[in-house]
Design a protein around this ligand. Structure first.
Ligand SMILES: C[S@@+](CC[C@H](N)C(=O)[O-])C[C@H]1O[C@@H](n2cnc3c(N)ncnc32)[C@H](O)[C@@H]1O
Length: 268
């Protein structure tokens, strides 16, 4: 596990995030949440910066977007890859005091809370301090993360479930955070709360290169390898990985993961 607490830390993480981000989905979801031209936007846990870039497009003319991430590698990638009027990036930990960033009309937190099973509500509370009264907070995360496949061999299915249980217990990962988002905004007194559910992964038939790369990095991350023993396999992790690759490349397997979005306005 990396010192930052981020389970997916690794040299290729910015590239993984960049490749798998679909601009059309980000923009559709941000428009649904209420992002409008002229807004001051924070993209917290911005990864490769691709989401910040497309959020910033929607904030124009007249808006501004700050992408925030605590990984130096991600901020360097984002700053050199995505440049635009109104767009900037800053390295910061969203669990800390963020007041020097100023106040925002729209805050977007996608695929970050899942890495903080025990602190996710405190993070939402912390980032709420950055919202102007009536400002919009949009939380987006997965539910049943990595858990819904059909067509995997039985021992592989059991290894995947075992891995996910271990990352919950030992790496503070939350495969079910999506279902908690509504209660978080409800408990903080947000108004005009709305929910949206959509497919995030929807994989059937031939595996495309992006899904192959993304899922390979998911199951080879040190965070995952270090917490699970792969007892189902005499040859340990390597044998598991070969079987995972074969099964995941089989065009008969079916995988889906729902993304759950929750948006609300900060009470005045
Ligand atoms: C799975 S990526 C999501 C990236 C982007 N939000 C997206 O939707 O594609 C999670 C990102 O959150 C960042 N992150 C994790 N913990 C963080 C923290 N405490 N403060 C700021 N960023 C954090 C990671 O470095 C990583 O880039």
């Amino acid at each position: 596990m990396s010192a930052s607490g981020y389970m997916m830390e690794g040299d290729e993480e910015a590239r993984r995030l960049d490749l798998k981000t679909v601009p059309k989905a980000v923009q559709e979801h941000a428009l649904w949440a209420g992002l409008k031209p002229g807004m001051r936007v924070a993209d917290l846990g911005c990864g490769s910066g691709k989401t910040s870039y497309y959020l910033n497009k929607l904030a124009q003319p007249g808006g501004e977007t700050i992408g925030v991430d605590n990984a130096k590698q991600r901020i360097e990638f984002a700053s050199s890859t995505y440049q635009d009027d109104g767009l900037s990036f800053v390295q910061k930990d969203i669990r800390q005091d963020l007041s020097e960033l100023g106040q925002f009309d729209f805050i977007w937190v996608r695929f970050v809370l899942e890495y903080y099973r025990s602190e996710s509500f405190d993070i939402v509370k912390n980032v709420t301090n950055l919202l102007k009264p009536d400002g919009v907070l949009c939380l987006a995360d997965l539910d049943y993360n990595c858990l819904t496949h059909f067509g995997l061999p039985e021992r592989l299915e059991s290894a995947v479930r075992g891995m996910m249980t271990m990352v919950e217990e030992k790496a503070n990962f939350d495969p079910y955070v999506g279902r908690k988002l509504y209660a978080y905004l409800y408990d903080l007194g947000f108004r005009d709360i709305d929910m949206h559910l959509a497919p995030h992964h929807l994989i059937f038939g031939e595996l495309n290169e992006i899904d192959a790369f993304n899922w390979k990095l998911k199951v080879t991350s040190e965070g995952v390898k270090s917490v699970y023993k792969f007892d189902q396999y005499e040859g340990g992790y390597d044998e598991f990985f070969d079987e995972f690759k074969r099964a995941f490349e089989d065009p008969r397997r079916f995988t889906y993961t729902p993304i759950i979005l929750c948006r609300g306005k900060k009470p005045a």
